[in-house]
Design a protein around this ligand. Structure first.
Ligand code: ATP
Ligand code: MG
Length: 317
């Protein structure tokens, strides 16, 4: 794996004295889609803003494609595209003008062919001569994405790109993200829609109270922290769980008509066969059964509830 972005011992204390980031260490690999997840106020935008040169770090070091974000500010910034969380697009400028101007800001020579390609990919081509202030909110967001792509960045930061956008734009957006990744662009995104991260990301980082508490391949994370459930639909409802079955920690739901058994996916021995035998011994018959697997969202919610680090480490072992 080749590192394209390296963050070491990065901390941020705002002028108010608030510590927004604490000793962040993170390497991003070239060509990956990395999703940064965390609750409101965790420090996601602060981290992205520091990398993009909008906020000054208090301490630590960040290099982008080998360029230090402070010593080699211009070179570092020109490799980055940013879709900020807060949109600022109420201008009289035309779509074409604003996106072309944005490219110029990064010292890149004009390239109408590239701008045309970007506008077409974002379904903005027929609006290219419109003033930005006359566009709808979703279209303005598309313009912001076009601006972020105008100078052909090698790393793209998307800070909550799909917050409040309609289904169609969301779908377009992910199509675009995938095609950018296929063309070699590295993508770092934040989202509160965890199903999106589950679908899109190669790796996931979780940030809480300014600290990165977990970074892993999505598939590994789901394998390590995911749980499976077996649901059994009973022939006759149960009033309570028989004593002999207590050890399985079953849940009785739907008025006693369903039994749920939760087990660890990693365990070699999930105990299903024994459970089925024990049910048979207890004369509990079932007419159907299904297994389901926890989503990244379930895992995330559990991680946020988790307060004690040792048990998280335990879970990852
Ligand atoms: N300019 C500032 N001065 C002081 N504190 C700030 C400033 N900007 C952000 N903070 C604080 O830093 C913390 C992290 O904010 P940040 O915007 O990075 O969070 P976030 O993870 O992006 O949250 P969200 O999911 O709501 O976008 C918050 O507690 C916020 O109030
Ligand atoms: Mg934010």
């Amino acid at each position: 794996m080749q590192t394209i972005l390296s963050i070491s011992h990065l901390s941020k204390i705002y002028a108010s004295g608030f510590r927004a980031l604490h000793d962040i260490n993170l390497d991003i690999w070239r060509g990956e889609i990395f999703a940064l997840l965390g609750p409101n106020g965790a420090g996601k935008t602060t981290l992205i803003s520091i990398i993009c040169g909008i906020v000054n770090p208090t301490s630590g070091c960040v290099t982008v494609d080998g360029y230090d974000i402070i010593a080699d500010y211009r070179a570092a910034r020109s490799t980055i595209g940013l879709l900020p969380q807060e949109l600022t697009t109420d201008t009289f400028e035309s779509v074409w003008g604003t996106v072309s101007f944005s490219r110029g800001l990064f010292g890149k020579p004009a390239n109408p062919v590239h701008i045309e390609k970007v506008l077409k990919a974002l379904s903005l081509w027929d609006k290219k001569d419109n003033e930005i202030r006359t566009l709808s909110g979703g279209m303005k967001r598309r313009v912001m994405i076009a601006k972020a792509l105008s100078h052909e960045p090698r790393i793209l930061f998307l800070d909550e790109p799909t917050a409040g956008v309609d289904v169609e734009l969301r779908r377009d957006m992910w199509r675009l993200v995938r095609s950018l990744r296929d063309s070699g662009v590295t993508i770092i995104l934040t989202t509160h829609y965890i199903d999106e991260a589950e679908e899109m990301a190669d790796r996931i980082g979780v940030i809480r109270n300014g600290e990165i508490i977990l970074v892993d391949q999505k598939t590994e994370l789901m394998r390590k922290l995911g749980k499976k459930q077996l649901t059994l639909q009973l022939y006759a409802p149960l009033h309570c769980i028989p004593q002999k079955l207590i050890a399985y920690r079953l849940e009785l739901v739907r008025g006693g008509n369903e039994l749920i058994y939760t087990y660890d996916k990693r365990a070699e021995h999930a105990g299903i066969i024994e459970l089925l035998r024990a049910l048979d011994d207890a004369n509990i018959a079932f007419k159907d059964l299904q297994t389901t697997q926890s989503s990244l969202e379930d895992i995330f919610v559990n991680l946020m509830k988790e307060r004690r680090e040792p048990s998280l480490q335990e879970a990852l072992r």
